[in-house]
Design a protein around this ligand. Sequence first.
Ligand code: MG
Ligand code: MG
Length: 248
Amino acid sequence: MIKIKSPEEIEIMKVAGKIVGDTHKYLIPYIKPGITTIELDTLAHDYIISCGATPSFKNYNGFPGSICTSINNVVVHGIPGTKKLKEGDIISVDIGACYKGYHGDSAWTYPVGKIDENKKYLMEHTEKALFEGLSVIKEGIHIGDIGNAIENYAEKHRLGVVKELVGHGVGKKLHEMPDVPNYGKKGSGPILKSGMVIAVEPMLNLGTANVYLLDDNWTIITGDNKPSAHFEHTILVTKDGYKILTKR
Ligand code: MG
Ligand code: MG
């Protein structure tokens, strides 16, 4: 069942989403060559706590970090550690915060110093693919309409659409119904209603769409080791559109 949030729940989720957006904003100046991903994790953890929230990912199914830090060929779920960022990397930072029992969830890919044209292209068009997906959202559309818009855009730009991981409903749980795939047919899947909250999150690869899970059982990498980007917003469905809850 897809939950429709009450006005009171929506007010709390707006705060949870704002904390996620603000945490991104807070981290941006630190994303530079030389910083380790565990340092970014600590900064994000402490910032989220200072906002009166808790990091949604910490201990989620045993995940060791407070955020996910996925560098270059890592698609998602990179575990923060002692690896240092270096000039020319791209890093996807996925942040979740739980405020008064409700979650917000947003990922964004950032450049580390100067990056090459291929990575710029990948980042630019993955971000645009997110907004292509969002642009069709309003009460009455089908979930498949979102994935269709994202997939069409990605194919037009010759980027690989990761299919093993999908967006999702957000609420009291970080991952609720429905699944929100980044591919699909128009008119397929559940119908959206005003008051639903979902995370839309295209993960696009510069090369093959194939991905692999590493032995740590978290880190997902591209099949050809080419870079991957990830852009995600948690949004509220409204009568004639949507409202981004995780804006920064
Ligand atoms: Mg998500
Ligand atoms: Mg996320």
